[in-house]
Design a binder for this molecule. Sequence first.
Ligand SMILES: [Zn+2]
Length: 80
Amino acid sequence: MSIFCQIDDKFVPLYRVMWIAATPHFCGDEECQREGFYEIRLEQDESVWAKSEERDKMLAQIEAWQGDPGIEEEGDEEPW
Ligand SMILES: [Zn+2]
């Protein structure tokens, strides 16, 4: 299993994730580029912004990574 999850144009290492937003971003600013995206907070005050599918994929990968240390998944490699 990859230790990276692709969010937008970045491969984010799972171990750098601090938290993941449960609800999509909303601030009411008409100019806002993040409306409807989910914030994924990283170390060092960085954030990436995920679509709902990307957030779900990230959550699933973190759960698999944390939860099943011994289990190798086969045929599940993402093309780089
Ligand atoms: Zn905003």
